[in-house]
Write a protein that binds this ligand. Sequence first.
Ligand code: COA
Length: 173
Amino acid sequence: MLTNGTIVLRPPMQGDADAIASAVQASLRDLSRWLPWATPTYNPSDALDWISNRFDATAHSFLILDAAGNVVGTCGLNQIERASLRANLGYWLHSDFTGRGYATMATKLVANHGLSDLGLQRLEIVMSVENEPSRKVAERSGAWHEGIQKKRLQVEGVTHDAHMFSITEPQLD
Ligand SMILES: CC(C)(COP(=O)(O)OP(=O)(O)OC[C@H]1O[C@@H](n2cnc3c(N)ncnc32)[C@H](O)[C@@H]1OP(=O)(O)O)[C@@H](O)C(=O)NCCC(=O)NCCS
């Protein structure tokens, strides 16, 4: 469990499937543009599939809970490469819980966990140049902007240039 006193991050459990599916359904308009799995058919069974694969050698994903215990989103590491001590860091929020800094707080907590507890040396955050909210999360989290990678992402069949950010040192709150 990771916390900064405002939010709590913990691994997802089977009993969270309904809450995750509800959060995705309530947020489709914001999520579906950037996350290909966020579709109108997303359901608790899809959430269960995600839960069963999300805490292994290549992924450490966390639910983000607010002080009231609401599932407000997820944040985690994936594509963990032990050989190069590198991972990708990703996040999404329930649309009702944006604008409160939760994604930024979660990114710092997960980054510190990856760098300090898991011994990773480089965490990458990659987003389309058109995904302004995500770029601002990376910047607010203290990530270093390394540049724009041409034709880095495919989103709904469309090619996007992408910002590449890295976090290589633990971040202060
Ligand atoms: C990307 C995403 C998580 C950003 O959500 P967000 O709410 O804008 O980000 P945060 O939770 O960090 O909140 C930041 C906002 O809260 C405000 N805020 C309030 N209290 C704050 C605090 N204590 N700390 C930081 N920011 C705070 C900030 O000023 C900022 O407001 P602004 O958007 O007007 O600049 C969200 O838009 C999303 O889920 N998008 C779809 C999925 C996606 O694109 N994921 C990333 C793929 S690369």
